[in-house]
Design a protein around this ligand. Structure first.
Ligand code: CP
Length: 346
């Protein structure tokens, strides 16, 4: 065995599994992945456990962090990344069943997934919702379609409901900043943004916070409550871990005394297919912004955000340029958790 860090984790045996949501993994498995990520980060060892292997990264949407950190993670593990920009450097993809494909889509994911899995040891897929049909899109037909038809493990690089690599990096960052997960008070607050965004990050953050047993308050205007399906899973995870999930309509009140303020904007499930209504609704909540006054009311609180972030819309310059900003550490931790997951599953 040439991989001393990985050898410590072989008892976990996650080989061959997909990574679509942290909800598919029990708490002990997630903790082991975080431990492995910390070992990668602190040791500087790369352990070329992907030597001779290739990973395909399929992007239907833009990315800075996910694309770069995945390509670098695969490189540092000795593997080779092939990135496909769907509809640009590769064919546009159809995913619906039974389609007569006589329109603009060139290839079905049934063929794409099966072909890519003949070449690559794993496939990463990013497919945001178009926010037109809530029930159809939260079924995540593209990412889950790839998982169904691929013979190799599939990694979710952000879908309608989940961004599991982001969530794992978020958990790693909280554990670093607070030296553990001892029921610390954490707030996930909705923030104003000029357009509706997917719910993957808030769903995934709330889920992993619940899995880790944190005391989480979700603050949002009434129109922006997370979906019932997501909240049921988050509630079950909190029951299993001894965590607590609360709700607030007053984000400043919720953040008072918190150790973590995680800001994120997201769209309303009420307005899928009616973007104009969402745009009109969110105008009423333009004051949902994280500023220095709010951070001063926290308990030495850290500001977190998955990035990209709109300065002076979601959060002020003063917070982003100040000492409580953990968002850059969060982004760095994407690299370490992705190496842990890739090394374990491939
Ligand atoms: N946080 C995140 O996933 O960033 P990108 O969209 O830039 O990949």
């Amino acid at each position: 065995m040439h991989f001393p860090i990985l050898r410590k984790y072989l008892m976990m045996d996650l080989k061959g599994r997909d990574f679509l949501s942290t909800g598919d993994f029990v708490r002990d498995e997630l903790i082991e992945l975080l431990d492995l990520a910390e070992d990668f980060k602190s040791s500087g060892h790369d352990e070329r456990s992907l030597l001779g292997k290739s990973v395909a990264l399929v992007f239907l949407n833009p990315s800075l962090r996910t694309r770069t950190s995945m390509e670098i993670a695969i490189h540092q593990l000795g593997g080779h990344a092939v990135t496909l920009d769907v509809g640009k450097s590769t064919w546009s993809l159809e995913h619906s069943e039974g389609m007569i494909m006589d329109s603009d889509k060139t290839e079905h994911i049934k063929e794409a997934a099966r072909v890519l899995s003949r070449y690559a040891a794993g496939i990463g897929v990013r497919a945001f919702p178009e926010m037109q049909n809530y029930l159809e899109e939260i079924a995540e037909p593209i990412v889950r379609g790839f998982a169904k038809y691929s013979d190799a493990p599939v990694f979710n690089l952000e879908s309608a409901n989940h961004h599991p690599f982001q969530a794992l990096a978020d958990a790693m960052t909280i554990r670093e900043k607070l030296s553990g997960f001892r029921g610390e008070r954490v707030v996930l607050t909705w923030a104003y943004h000029p357009k509706p965004l997917p719910m993957a990050v808030p769903n995934s953050f709330a889920l992993i916070a619940a899995q880790m047993g944190l005391d989480l308050t979700i603050a949002c205007p009434p129109e922006y409550d997370l979906g019932d399906e997501a909240m049921e899973e988050i509630g079950r995870a909190a029951s299993n871990s001894g965590g607590r999930i609360g709700a607030s309509r007053d984000y400043r009140d919720a953040c008072a005394g918190a150790r973590i303020v995680y800001a994120k904007s997201w769209g309303s499930k009420l307005f899928y297919g009616q973007a104009e209504d969402d745009l009109a609704c969110r105008q009423k909540h333009r004051d949902w912004i994280v500023d220095e006054d709010l951070m001063r009311t926290t308990d030495r609180g850290w500001f977190m955000h998955c990035l990209p972030v709109r300065r002076n819309v979601v959060v002020t310059d003063g917070v982003l340029d100040g000492p409580s900003n953990a968002a850059i550490d969060q982004a760095e931790n994407r690299l370490h958790v992705q190496k842990a997951v890739l090394a374990s599953l491939l």
